[in-house]
Design a protein around this ligand. Sequence first.
Ligand code: IPE
Ligand code: IPE
Ligand code: MG
Length: 224
Amino acid sequence: MNKINIPQHVAIILDGNGRWAKKRGQSRSFGHYIGGRNLFSVAKHAKDFGIRKLSVYAFSTENWKRPEEEVNYLMTKPIEMYHENKHKIGEIDYKVIFSGRRDRFSKELLEVIDDIEKQTKANEGFTLNICVDYGSYDEILTAINKVNKPVTKETFEQALMVKEPVDLLIRTSGEMRISNFLLWQIAYAEFYFTKVHWPAFNKKQLEKAIKSYQNRNRRFGGLK
Ligand code: IPE
Ligand code: IPE
Ligand code: MG
C-alpha cells in the first residue's frame, strides 16, 4: 500500500457485534467478546500502516439503555480479560487511553483503566483511544462547563476529551449514522461505511478503507 497520505487520526464506530453473533447462532455476548479481542488486532494493523491515532467507539452514553444483562457483560468482561492477560500489558508497544465519562464505572473497572493507561503512558508513536461511556453531547457540554468563558476554536478543543480532528471515520455493519460519536472532530473527516460486522473487520478491511481515503480529494472548503 502507498505509504504516503496515510490518515493520521482514524475513528471507528465498531458496530455489529450482535448481528455477527446472531448470524452464527451465538449470543450477543459472544459477539462482544470476539469484537473486544478484535480491537487489539485492528489496533496493531493500524499502527503498522502508519496511522498515529485510532479512536474506537466501544460503549456510548446511550448504550446504558440496553438490557441489564448485556450492560453487565460489557462492564465486567473487560475486567476478567484484563486479569487473564495482566502479564501481557507490558508487551503493548503503543499508548492506550480511554475517553468518556468515568463516574458511572465500578471501582474494579476504573482500576483496570488506570493500570492500562499507566503501563502504556510512556509509549510513543501510536495511540489507541478507547471511547467508553463516551458521547459527543456529553463531551461538548462538559467542555463548555469546564471553560466557562469566551473561547476560540483552539482553546475549546483543548477542553475536549478528544482534541485532534478525525481524518477518516469508519463505521462497520452497514448503518449510515454517527450515533453521537466525535461530532466536533469529524467536521472535515472522510467517511467510510462497510457492511462488514466489527468482529469480521480485519487488516484487509482496514487497508481497503485507507485506500479509499487516499483516493479522496479533501478540500476543506477551498479548491484543489
Ligand atoms: C457494537 O455492536 C458494540 C456496542 C455498541 C457495544 P452492537 O452491540 O451495536 O451490535 P448490533 O448493532 O446490535 O449488531
Ligand atoms: C454506536 O453503536 C455505539 C458504539 C459503537 C459504541 P450503536 O449500535 O449503539 O448505535 P445505534 O443505536 O445503532 O445508533
Ligand atoms: Mg449496533
